[in-house]
Design a protein around this ligand. Structure first.
Ligand code: HEM
Length: 150
């Protein structure tokens, strides 16, 4: 019967020089986890427990939040922390379960590429969001957008 080696047993190959990225990854998961509890539950509380709760969530509600630097930064920090946390967590799962080295490397690369793409896209959306793009006269936003533009 094979057993898992004790966590601190010496490994066959000596560790390469330079920063211990696995250690920093481990610390990142804990530190981002603590911050994510505050950010995610703050997000859920404000969106669902205040005002009219879930009934208030529509385009105007989101546009209002994205017009405020405080919520822009809240959402962007949550996006970055959660995507890096999720990708790094999935990297751990892939490293644990994918035994073929080539497949493992492809999957880990795909994880970071997907995370980087979503971080870029999400950050652009939050900071460049403009509710008046494409608004025509028959839209309920028309007057508000006219006064902002004028
Ligand atoms: C309430 C906020 C969160 C907290 C406190 C939290 C905490 C943690 C911690 C401490 C770990 C490391 C576990 C270990 O090494 O054994 C972890 C792993 C992980 N987290 Fe989170 N996390 C949170 C939110 C998220 C979110 C939003 C995602 C997805 C985007 C996510 C995806 C993952 C994944 C995929 C792993 C790896 C699981 C594994 O190793 O088996 N977590 N989380």
């Amino acid at each position: 019967m094979s057993t898992v080696a004790a966590p601190r047993s010496p490994i066959a190959a000596p560790r390469r020089k330079g920063p211990n990225l696995e250690k920093w990854g481990w610390i990142y998961m804990r530190a981002s986890g603590v911050l994510l509890v505050v950010l995610i539950f703050g997000h859920l509380f404000i969106n669902l427990m205040t005002g009219e709760g879930i009934h208030q969530i529509d385009f105007a509600f989101v546009a209002g939040k994205f017009a405020t630097p405080f919520w822009q930064w809240w959402d962007v920090i949550m996006l970055w922390l959660a995507l890096i946390h999720g990708a790094n967590g999935m990297r751990t799962v892939v490293n644990d379960y994918v035994t073929h080295n080539g497949a493992r490397r492809v999957l880990v690369w795909a994880l970071w590429l997907a995370a980087a793409f979503l971080i870029l896209l999400g950050t652009l959306v939050v900071f460049t969001f403009d509710p008046c793009i494409g608004v025509t006269q028959d839209s309920s936003l028309w007057e508000m957008c006219q006064s902002v533009a004028g």
